[in-house]
Design a binder for this molecule. Structure first.
Ligand code: ADE
Length: 246
């Protein structure tokens, strides 16, 4: 998968060199390209923001640098793979999907991560301040593929942390990124329930014993205990995830 990121803080994405995603990059499973938005601002001060039209607090990101950055990325995608722009945007197109992280977007979830993991090319546009001039979203939505996605119902200072979180959730679902694919199956949210609690050695720590069933060697009993733990945990902290009871 190719991922382009447009940001005024490229340094945020240094952490993509670490851990599983760093290995995935080294192995060519993930091709991540980070672009400094200021490199597409052509005035002397490389200005990327201005005051909100109509008044109000804060600053808004100017459309021109965004247009230049996104055009350059889309052009390079088209040059690399001319066929990807062939289909219509809402009809199986494999053209790049542009994601603007935004508290005003659809809420990100595990099922959305799965959907996005099937894309060939994601472009993340990280807004700052009070957001990006709306005409940028409108321009690339007309004839292109754009989604506004929120990490959750709280406000971050910009899209960078949300982009990192999404890339981690999506990247680990790509074939070959997580060494043992079975570990993806029993996780929280994969089938709508939270994960069961995990234990390792020693069998007793600070007077706390591992649940005896886990030491029984009875695989059916262990599986039943884990499933019950998942249901109990989900009922206790996220009851809205459980199917409605008749
Ligand atoms: N930018 C600011 N807040 C955000 C959020 N909750 N999700 C995604 N992007 C954001």
């Amino acid at each position: 998968m190719r991922i382009d990121i447009v940001t005024i803080f490229p340094g945020y994405f240094d952490t993509l060199e670490l851990s599983l995603l760093g290995k995935a990059k080294d192995r060519g499973l993930l091709d991540v390209r980070v672009h400094d938005l200021r490199g597409f601002a052509h005035d002397r001060h490389r200005t990327v923001d201005d005051t909100p039209t109509g008044g109000g607090a804060g600053m808004v990101m100017k459309p021109e640098p965004w247009g230049a950055a996104l055009d350059a990325i889309l052009l390079s995608a088209q040059e690399a793979e001319p066929g990807v722009f062939d289909a219509e945007p809402d009809n199986g197109s494999q053209a790049p999907l542009i994601i603007f992280p935004s508290p005003a977007g659809e809420v990100f979830s595990q099922s959305m991560a799965r959907e996005l993991a099937a894309e060939r090319h994601l472009v993340f546009g990280c807004g700052r301040y009070e957001g990006i001039d709306q005409r940028v979203v409108d321009e690339y939505s007309a004839g292109g593929r754009v989604r506004l996605i929120s990490l959750g119902d709280y406000v971050l200072n910009g899209g960078e942390v949300a982009t990192l979180a999404m890339i981690e959730a999506i990247g680990r679902l790509l074939p070959g990124v997580v060494g043992n694919p079975e570990s993806l199956v029993e996780e929280s949210h994969e089938d709508g329930l939270l994960e069961y609690p995990s234990f390792t050695k020693p069998a007793t720590w600070r007077g706390r014993d591992v649940p005896p069933v886990l030491l029984s060697g009875n695989h059916a009993a262990i599986a039943a205990w884990r499933q019950q733990q998942r249901i109990d945990r989900t009922r206790a902290v996220r009851p809205e995830l459980l199917p409605p009871e008749d």
